[in-house]
Design a protein around this ligand. Structure first.
Ligand code: PLP
Length: 407
């Protein structure tokens, strides 16, 4: 008998974005003339930088000539890209990371979802609430939780992010083994200071724990005081893994390229409590189940680090941050308390009692789609997330409509 993985049955029936899509589609069917503006799902709208497009084309041309054709590449990624990353994203900021500690992949969703495979089934996992749902669902699928009771899975440890702690959780007083942190945060848009990250690194050291640091939105940090990488914190090499993505940095959501950093001295423990290095485990997993990102895509990603690429990426990020500033200012003028939107493309808005009610109000009265905060966890109830990923014209029009709907 072919038995299925029953853990899948524990997953909450509807994935957040499917429910949003259903409501939007119902509304559109009933109001075919409505011009709906989507500021919900965090997908970029600007095209790839010219520097990336040129390198992409060149990469494709290489594949068409006998002397430059490439077959399977190294599973971990080509040296040219790993070296550019190590130098530009880490060494230039004083973080001691070398090219052979970087694993190129086709996305941070896959990496942050797959990484749990290399850890024990009986570890205690901590996630923030609200949370990027991938961290939770992949641990549910792997059987590390019980049932979902009243919006929370038994067996998971929830780090509550509320306005009382400015949406940045402190390490708990009890012991957890694996901690997912995401800064700049999706969905709240908050960032973590050097002191806050240092407290987490100290906690991980004292408790033999490991931090999974998701920095998918790092490109949006403009405040020079905010660390870009967990590896800027002394001691983090032993106790942390970092995920980065080119999706939001340079418009690669549809092109697909990301990377994971696992320092050579990052450690876990075996059943006997002896230290085991994580890098060879992930290397084994990566090489067994993944065959590398395509050569032209890696060439396109490399171009982000060229002088022209850097300039264009800054232009893209600045553009979305200007959108974020417009959204934040308008919502604050309307009397709403907002978090994020400064070093992040997301604005987290305290909208009243019920997130879905606020979502429906904006959809029905302003024809604008946002994301209900409760979809990210219990602590998100009462909030909505508005994303700055859209054209200037749409953002201005959306805010004009929201203003007249909420006045
Ligand atoms: N991590 C976070 C926190 C995200 O919000 C997202 C995408 O929205 C990802 C990872 C996924 O990135 P990628 O496009 O590289 O899979």
């Amino acid at each position: 008998m072919i038995k299925v993985n029953e853990n899948y049955g524990k997953l909450k029936a509807s994935y957040l974005f499917s429910e949003i899509a259903r409501r939007v589609s119902d509304f559109q069917n009933n109001n075919p003339e409505a011009n709906i503006i989507k500021l919900g799902i965090g997908d970029v709208t600007c095209p790839l930088p010219d520097a990336c497009i040129s390198a992409f084309h060149e990469g494709v041309d290489h594949m068409g000539k006998e002397d430059s054709f490439r077959g399977y590449g190294p599973e971990q990624g080509y040296g040219f890209l790993r070296e550019a990353i190590a130098e530009n994203d880490f060494q230039s900021r004083g973080a001691d990371i070398s090219a052979d500690e970087i694993f190129i992949s086709d996305g941070s969703k896959c990496d942050s979802g797959n990484i749990q495979e290399i850890f024990g089934a009986d570890i205690k996992v901590a996630v923030s609430d609200p949370v990027y749902p991938v961290y939770v669902d992949t641990n549910v699928m792997a059987g590390r939780t019980g049932e979902n009771i009243d919006g929370r899975y038994e067996g998971l440890f929830y780090l509550e992010c509320t306005k009382e702690n400015s949406f940045v959780p402190a390490p708990p007083s009890e012991k957890v083994d694996l901690i997912y942190l995401c800064f700049p945060n999706n969905p709240t848009g908050t960032t973590a200071s050097r002191e806050e990250l240092t407290a987490w690194v100290e906690y991980a050291k004292e408790n033999d724990a490991l931090i999974l640091f998701d920095a998918a939105y790092v490109a949006f940090i403009t405040d020079p005081q905010i660390p870009h990488s967990i590896f800027e914190i002394p001691g983090a090499r032993e106790v942390a893994i970092e995920f980065r993505s080119f999706s939001k940095t340079a418009g690669f959501t549809g092109t697909r390229c990301a990377y994971t950093v696992i320092p050579k001295d990052c450690r876990g423990f075996d059943e006997k409590g002896d230290k085991t290095l994580i890098h060879p485990l992930w290397n084994r997993r990566h090489c067994t189940k993944f065959n590398g990102v395509s050569y032209p895509v890696q060439r396109a990603a490399e171009a982000i680090y060229s002088p022209a690429g850097k300039k264009e990426v800054k232009g893209l990020v600045d553009f979305y941050l200007e959108n974020a500033a417009i959204i934040k200012k308008e919502m604050e003028t309307l009397g709403y308390t907002c978090t994020g939107g400064i070093n992040s493309p997301y604005i987290w808005i305290e909208g009243g009692e019920d997130s879905w009610e606020f979502f429906d109000l904006l959809l029905n009265k302003a024809n604008v789609v946002c994301t209900p905060g409760s979809g990210f966890g219990k602590c998100g109830e009462g909030y909505i997330r508005i994303s700055a990923f859209n054209s200037r014209e749409n953002v201005l029009e959306a805010m004009k409509r929201i203003k007249s709907a909420l006045k």
